[in-house]
Design a protein around this ligand. Sequence first.
Ligand code: 5IU
Length: 260
Amino acid sequence: NRLKLSFLERLNFAKNPVTRRLLQVMCDKKTTLCVAADVTSTTDLLNLAEQTGPHICLFKTHIDIVEDFHPNFLKHLKEIAERHNFIIFEDRKFADIGNTVQLQYSKSMYQISSWANLVTAHSVMGKGILEGIQQSEGLKDRGVFLLAEASCAGSLTDQSYVDATLKLAKQYPDLITGIVCQNPLLLEEPGVIQLTPGVHLESVGDRLAQQYNSPETVVLEKGADVAVVGRAITKSADPAAEAVKYKEVLWAAYEKRIAS
Ligand code: 5IU
């Protein structure tokens, strides 16, 4: 069962190249922290990447909330990612037919496929989305996190949706990096990563239905491999110090999990 294996042991099971790179980064930097960079200016994005970079494995963007986007900005982000050894992850949540997703992924001013090694996709539309991503132009090494469950209250996903999502993921082992979910589910494949958002040390939620668990809870009870932390870090007075705090609590919980 994946929950008892070390990330290094799991590396050999991973079929997707970005998953292998991610597991290697996690081991090398001793971090399972993904920062959710929900900020709206390129300056704030680059500052956050610079400050949290040494402590994260994934830098998760929502490029369509950036108000002053310019393609030149991506050069800077990629340079920071290389220097601090983290992976850029655009949380695009693709949810259209394959042909449209292909255009959204590789065209527009964002050209996501040219700079983000990882993206998210909804499973609701079936295999077309995954085929569309797989067959697009762009970076050779690419991976998809498929959404099975959400952290927010009132989400419409039920057990049959979750089961169907896992079944779909299993059909694309070369493309799927992981599943976004809130429970250990039936996800037993050691080569697939569980990504879990909704993590905060101090708060239990926000005013728009977001729900939080502690880092220990998501790793030890909910099965998270990588934890997504947004405002707990981005809104803090010292994002770097806060990232260190989350990294350490998360890593200690992971070590406890594989030792127990
Ligand atoms: N996110 C969630 N919950 C989900 C999914 C994605 O919070 O179920 I799927 C995203 C949204 C945001 C980040 O970019 O993760 C969490 O940010 P906060 O830690 O600030 O709530």
